[in-house]
Design a protein around this ligand. Structure first.
Ligand code: NAD
Length: 260
């Protein structure tokens, strides 16, 4: 059973933790007993996450880093990743738009932020995890790895690449007690979803309720997720109870994805 000390003694690094799903993951991991390092681009917003974490255990800290800048990332890896047992790879999704008109610069930037940073983080955290014979790597990506999402052309590509990297790492690191899994969120109440709703409203001129209904009509749960509902899946995958789950894509989407 997961309890408040299931993850006691474990150190979690949660990327993109200043808001949304990443922030919820950081808080739920701390509630389960982990010491948490939160990473994002802005010290001020990370401070707010740290204030929330302070209610649950001690030793939490913040690291400022832009995951789209490999030089910045390389500079923090040696000090940040020495004793990470649980790595949550997460950041903001690429801008919407069709792939047919995507600029190569946007593709390049998204590949760096989502794929190259992911590989660098895993490579930096793996040596300690191997020594401990315990490691949990969890990528927060998207259901687009199963069914590409229209108008998220750039995102669809990098999510697929991240999922493939996870499956590859799962095979390479599995013999050392390390699991690598992907969480695929559905519509989750965060600022990103808020922006998508507002963009849709301004394009269609529709009422907010109508826009929300148009999103939830294909979700068997008929509602959006709370960020915590995704974070609970993250805590489970991070725990010893998920020791034989490796290399999977786990949708947390209220049943929306129309395939297995
Ligand atoms: P969000 O935009 O609310 O939060 C993203 C977090 O990542 C923030 O803390 C932000 O500061 C941080 N971040 C952004 N760019 C960064 C960078 N370059 N370097 C470091 N940190 C950076 O997003 P969210 O809704 O919490 O979603 C998290 C992930 O899940 C995203 O990849 C998103 O595309 C994906 N997702 C979200 C939904 C949804 O409905 N919310 C659905 C499917 C997939």
């Amino acid at each position: 059973m997961l309890t408040h000390n299931t993850l006691a003694g474990k150190h979690a690094l949660v990327c993109g933790a200043s808001q949304g799903i990443g922030r919820a993951c950081a808080i739920e991991l701390a509630k389960a007993g982990a010491r948490v390092t939160v990473l994002a681009r802005t010290a001020q917003t990370l401070e707010k996450t740290l204030e929330s974490l302070a209610k649950y255990g001690s030793g939490h800290k913040a690291v400022v880093c832009d995951l789209s800048d490999m030089r910045q990332l390389s500079s923090i890896l040696p000090t940040t990743c020495t004793d990470v047992d649980i790595l949550v790879c997460n950041s903001g999704g690429p801008a919407p738009g069709p792939l047919a008109s995507a600029e190569s610069q946007a593709l390049d930037a998204a590949f760096t932020q989502h794929v190259l940073s992911n590989v660098a983080l895993v490579q930096a955290c793996a040596p300690h995890m191997k020594k401990q014979n315990y490691g949990r790597i969890i990528n927060i990506i998207s259901t687009s790895v199963k069914i590409p999402i229209p108008n998220l052309g750039v995102s669809n590509i990098v999510r697929g690449a991240t999922a493939s990297a996870a499956k590859t790492f799962a095979g390479e690191l599995g013999p050392f007690g390390i699991t690598v899994n992907n969480i695929l969120p559905g519509f989750t109440k965060t600022q990103r979803l808020e922006q998508i709703i507002q963009n849709t409203q301004s394009k269609t001129g529709g009422e907010r309720d109508a826009v929300e209904d148009s999103f939830t009509k294909d979700v068997p749960a008929r509602r959006f997720a709370e960020p915590e509902e995704t974070a609970y899946a993250c805590v489970f995958l991070a725990s010893p109870f998920a020791s034989y789950i490796n290399g999977i894509n786990l949708p947390v989407d209220g049943g929306r994805t129309g395939c297995l």
